[in-house]
Design a protein around this ligand. Sequence first.
Ligand code: SF4
Length: 429
Amino acid sequence: MAVEALDEAAAISADLIALYIPMHTATRMAAELLPRLRTMNPAAHINCYGLYGPVNSNYLKSLGADSVVGGEFEGPLVDLARGLLAGNAPSVPLVSLAKQVFQVPRRSDLPALSHYGKLNDGRDGSVVAGYTEASRGCKHTCLHCPVVPVYKGKFRIVQRDVVMADIRNQVAAGARHITFGDPDFFNGPAHAMALVQSVADEFPGLTYDVTIKVEHLLRHADLLPTLVATGCVFVTTAVEAVDDNILAILDKGHTVDDFHRAVALANDLGLVLAPTFVPFTPWTTLAGYANLLTTIADLDLIDHVAPVQLAIRLLVTQGSGLLGLPDAGEMFGDYHQKALSHVWRHPDPAVDALQIAVAAAAETGDSDGLTRRESFHRIRALAQKAAGLPTLAAPIDQATPLPVPHLSEAWFCCAEPTVRQFANLGVAI
Ligand code: SF4
């Protein structure tokens, strides 16, 4: 549904409709779609499956879903389909963490890979990208992370032969790059390294990207040269903040100094880092935000950060670990069902105003085709002014970015759906 319009004939004739909601964006789209599906086909069993299902179960059911399952959902979905075929009332667990023997995903019914986000090499060239997962869940329990309420510090491996077959099929369908969607590729480093070696052996020239937390980049520094040698063109790493107090509150497992060390390590190896941030939290200050931008500039990371990353506001999902903080009651307000988040306001209204201005600048920069550098300097001017700091002259080379590989869609799991994605559902926003 992210790239094509709803097939109404299929929806009307189906006995079972299942919507995949692995992240916030998809869940927001599913919430719009559910009432339409329910009206079109009152008799169908409608299921929502994926990471965001369990914490939003009541809401999704109020919109028309009959069942919801998160975690390792394939087994329960098969049981559900078999139960419906046999005429039984199906019982679907809200969360399954059962270890599974996976099957190779059948993606041939999906739109062509060229319809999805591509890998941009940073020089205006792009190649078709595929997607797979070598693991799910996460060993860690960062407080703000939506993986934690479902997996609770556990992770599950997808068997290597299944991942390889999935990649093989996508390469045959035109993929020249693979995005590994694992929450953290180094939760199982032995599995990860054996896999990328097999990928490089079988598909020389195929590139890939992975997500690895700062702590793991440092702990497994000895593995990073192999990533470079096997075709890894960038590593997304969730830095979140450059303030040790905020990092400690979020229980991120790294410090600002660790981030600096990870950047130095990556630079030495020629490994491109794509840091992600949650710059706007209840603990953010105007000076702290300006310092974040200064840090990004000082580390030569301006071209590595999608401008939208500079506008992200902390999302407090239902069941979030953040709700267990001692002062959570004062910080986080009621749960806003449609937004899928607890509402919160910063104690300093100027911080909220800056967030709105930065989000607008990032969006305008995107629609006006500005480089990351140009958007960054617009945002930095806003931040400096808000913090009462002097305006900084933009460097003269701001329109000539470094060639940093990135995906054409600045994907991040807390993104709101785009106008086009809502239009595919027949919903105007
Ligand atoms: S933020 Fe990353 S490392 Fe932390 S729990 Fe979530 S997936 Fe794991």
